[in-house]
Write a protein that binds this ligand. Structure first.
Ligand code: ADP
Ligand code: MG
Length: 462
């Protein structure tokens, strides 16, 4: 573990308690988030229950406070560091996400940028920030991307590394950064390359010119280097060495580097150790598959961009069936668009079922426990966490009973797995819930109406 983690700034501080606290936090939020957000923070002064934690900059402070404030306070108390108030102090006080350029500099830069645009062509228009939907799955990657696009080389996110499996928006973000930097003139010379292109170009330089110096020089003026899919460097030692040389040179000159990978960098096989180590000096952040709401939002946005009018129930139907990959979500929309333009039919749920039914039924069972939980939570306006938690308040216990009942009726899951999905409850709780709901269905019109509503929906999508 990095020693920044474990060395509080004063000897009198309860160091071991802080270490214990960090351990608890890591357990709670997972290693990946922990690495990203907690590797560089330190405990400054726990005085009389008023705890100050130092973080690299304002962006960090805001993000950590919003997302991990409660976890930190709770873990501090569990580690016997009393925490009544919690304060985050940015070390780089002047750090700003946006660095306004004075007009004259901006004009000069615009000219220079126009030149580079002509030279290198534009970035992919569709991959811009305003077409990127932000959800819990990509919030951090998006925020960091925007931060580096606004001030390349001036944030602590250097290099910025975005990882995640295929079709989740890595290329989109890299392109958006380049496009933004070019449009807003925050970088004069933004270069986007896939790792394959980088490798091929390097090899051709070596073969044709018999030396790599000219390749190296190619990046002389680059102030924003975006390299996509660096897992492709795996096992290519010559390319790695050259990449490392360019990477170091640019970092030394405070030029911005952004990389993407299909897995965390330290999991890329056969990659030079010192490259991986250098990555740790920046920000490594991941993108996860989008949740239901985000999938809906992405579909709506794509439909809007393509000028398609798609009813809500169709959007929901697709979002329910395509769960892991944004590229696939898009694929379905394109299929619908193509088909409706051939046949002239409006896109309705029936048409969609007809077109996509085969694709979807080959996939796993559409109605899952998680899906029912989502639906019930939505119906009763509570969160999934409230639905599955251990609270006994009626406003959540009734929806919880109903969700368990529906899981039993609509999925092929065992009582044991259903119980487990509700915060590890016992199967007897599920039986109890089912009996309770059956009784309510018999004597409570309101409950009956709401349950029927949900069941009608389940029927419509299965
Ligand atoms: P990756 O590079 O991670 O494999 P891409 O960036 O190529 O994925 O994304 C696949 C497709 O999904 C692209 O068309 C992209 O525009 C779209 N996409 C991914 N994530 C989002 C998002 N959050 N909002 C809008 N579109 C997205
Ligand atoms: Mg990609």
């Amino acid at each position: 573990v990095d020693n920044m983690l474990t060395s509080p700034s004063s000897d009198s501080l309860p160091q071991t308690a802080w270490e214990r606290c960090l351990g608890l936090i890591e357990d709670k939020i997972g290693q990946s988030s922990f690495e990203t957000w907690f590797r560089t923070i330190r405990l400054a002064s726990p005085v009389d229950g008023h705890v100050t934690i130092q973080v690299p900059n304002r962006f960090f402070a805001d993000f950590i406070e919003e997302h991990f404030g409660r976890v930190i306070a709770e873990s501090l108390n569990q580690s016997e560091i009393a925490c009544k108030t919690l304060h985050f102090e940015p070390i780089e006080k002047d750090w700003k996400i946006i660095e306004p350029l004075s007009n004259t500099i901006k004009e000069g830069k615009e000219k220079a940028v126009r030149k580079t645009v002509e030279k290198r062509g534009l970035f992919h228009q569709n991959y811009s920030f305003d077409k990127f939907i932000v959800g819990d799955n990509n919030r951090m990657a998006h925020a960091a991307s925007l931060a580096v696009a606004e001030a390349p080389g001036k944030t602590t996110f250097n290099p910025l590394i975005i990882h995640g499996s295929t079709g989740l928006g890595k290329t989109h973000l890299l392109q958006a950064i380049g496009q933004f930097a070019q449009k807003e003139c925050t970088a004069e010379n933004a270069v986007y390359l896939t790792s394959e292109e980088f490798t091929t170009q390097y090899i051709s330089y070596v073969i044709e010119k018999k030396d790599s110096t000219s390749f190296y020089k190619r990046f002389r003026d680059t102030d924003l280097l975006l390299i996509d899919d660096i897992h492709f460097f795996s096992g290519k030692h010559g390319t790695q060495k050259e990449f490392f040389r360019i990477f170091n040179k640019l970092l030394l000159e405070n030029k911005q580097i952004v990389l993407s990978s299909d897995r965390p960098p330290d999991k890329i096989p056969d990659m030079m150790k010192h490259i991986i180590n250098r990555f740790l000096g920046g920000l490594i952040t991941d993108i996860q598959p989008p949740n239901f709401e985000t999938r809906m939002a992405i579909l709506r946005k794509k439909a809007e961009i393509d000028g398609m009018s798609i009813p809500n129930n169709v959007i929901e139907y697709i979002a329910n069936h395509v769960t892991s990959n944004v590229r696939e979500l898009e694929g379905i929309l394109i299929k619908l668009l193509a088909s409706s333009s051939f046949t002239g039919r409006d896109i309705t749920l029936d048409v969609t079922r007809e077109i996509c039914g085969d694709i979807f039924t080959q996939k796993n069972e559409p109605i899952s426990i998680q899906f029912i939980q989502q639906r019930v939570a939505k119906e009763f306006s509570c969160s999934i966490n409230q639905l599955t938690a251990h609270s006994r308040k009626r406003e959540v216990s009734l929806p919880r009973y109903i969700a368990m009942y529906l899981c039993k009726k609509w999925t092929r899951q065992s009582l044991r797995s259903i119980g487990f999905a509700f915060s590890g409850r016992d199967y007897s709780t599920v039986i109890h819930a089912c009996k309770k709901v059956e009784k309510l269905l018999a004597d409570n019109g309101n409950v009956k109406k709401r349950v029927s509503g949900i069941e009608e929906y389940l029927q419509s999508i299965s």
